[in-house]
Structures are given as C-alpha cells and as structure tokens.
Design a protein around this ligand. Structure first.
Ligand SMILES: [Zn+2]
Length: 208
C-alpha cells in the first residue's frame, strides 16, 4: 500500500472492516451488506456504508432487498431493507483495505448462487422470468427461515432454493382471492405454470 493514505480514508477503513466482518456475505456474484430499514442509531445505514466506500474508491450499488420475517414477530411480512452490493470484479478494491478478505474470496465455491432468486411468473401472455429481491444470504437461511419467506412450494413443501430437479422450478401462483400475495409453487405441482397462464388468459379474454 502506498504511504499517502488520507486520515479520512483511514477512518473509513476503520469503520468498513468490522462492518464487512460482521455483516458481509460473499456469494457467486460478489459481496452483500444488508441493512433493515430503520435499523436504529447504533448500526451504520446502507447510505453511510456507501459514503465510506466512496472515500475508499470501492464501486458499489444499493438495492432494495428483503429477509424472512422473524419467528417471534407478529407481522408475517418480509423485512425490507437495503443491501450494499459490491460486484465480484470490484472486490479487489476492497481487498486493498481489507487484505484478510482475499482468502475468503478465493474459497468461494464456483457453483455458489448469486444475488438473484429467479422465479417464473405466469401471465396471460405467457411465462416471464423475474427475480425476487432477497438479501444475499438467502442460500444460507435455515429451512424454517426459508419457509417463513415462502420459499417452499406452497403445495408440497419442496425447498425451492434447491436447483437440482429441473421440473421443480419456482412459479408464482397466487391464490385467486389474494392476487398480490407472493405464493410460490414448484413446477411439478402447477403443471409448469401452464394452468395459471390459461386461467389468466381466459380472464383477459385472450386465446391461450
Ligand atoms: Zn410442489
């Protein structure tokens, strides 16, 4: 490292390193730091983390991302927040300030998922693909946590995070009475979304 490091950069480094150590999640696409909305005054917000990364010249984006509802929470809503994400190709800029991160990056298995949780979304016009905005640690959630996040098939309870059975991809199949409530069903339990496309096409008065 060159000698000319500003006191401002040193201060940012002192804040960023423990934050990454405590909250950083590495996956196949990069590093995520999730912050619940209104996380309180004792934790750096996503914007504050971003300001330190600006000082350290580490590229990043801030995106909306959700985590599973807590077991003891009355609300069964997902917990929404923001995630600071650093793409894999930019992690070397962070390693400059945090050399210990290099080893962790080298240990990431090749087949680790990335940030996105892609789901198939039947529409009257056909099936579209969209990504659920989940926090980077979704592959590591326990089965109970994933169930609270509704990542299990609503019909057969298959863990939709597994990508081993091609015929069990996740489809968005809301109950007709709750069209906006996220409900995921595996391809095997929903005829790969075909029935839902037909239902929606009939509602829209279009030939399927
Ligand atoms: Zn199923």
């Amino acid at each position: 490292m060159t000698a000319a490091v500003s006191p401002e950069a040193r201060a940012a480094q002192r804040r960023i390193v423990p934050t990454v150590r405590v909250s950083g999640v590495l996956n196949g696409e990069g590093l995520g730091l999730w912050r619940e909305a209104d996380c309180g005054e004792f934790k750096a917000t996503a914007a504050e983390i971003g300001r330190d990364l600006d000082v350290l010249e580490v590229p990043y984006v801030i995106v909306k991302a959700a985590r599973y509802p807590l077991a003891n929470s009355r609300s069964q809503q997902m917990r929404y927040g923001e995630e600071v994400r650093i793409a894999g190709k930019d992690l070397m800029h962070l390693v400059r300030w945090m050399p210990s991160l290099k080893e962790s990056i080298e240990q990431i298995p090749d087949d680790l998922p990335g940030f996105g949780f892609p789901v198939f979304h039947p529409r009257a016009e056909g099936v579209a693909v969209r990504g659920l905005a989940l926090a980077a640690d979704w592959p590591a959630w326990t089965v109970k946590q994933a169930r609270r996040a509704r990542l299990m098939c609503a019909e057969c309870d298959y863990d939709l995070r597994q990508r081993v059975d091609e015929d069990r991809a996740p489809f968005v199949i809301p109950l007709p009475e709750k069209p906006n409530w996220l409900r995921l069903v595996c391809g095997r339990c929903c005829n790969n979304g075909r029935d839902e496309v037909e239902r929606l096409a009939a509602l829209a008065g279009q030939p399927s």
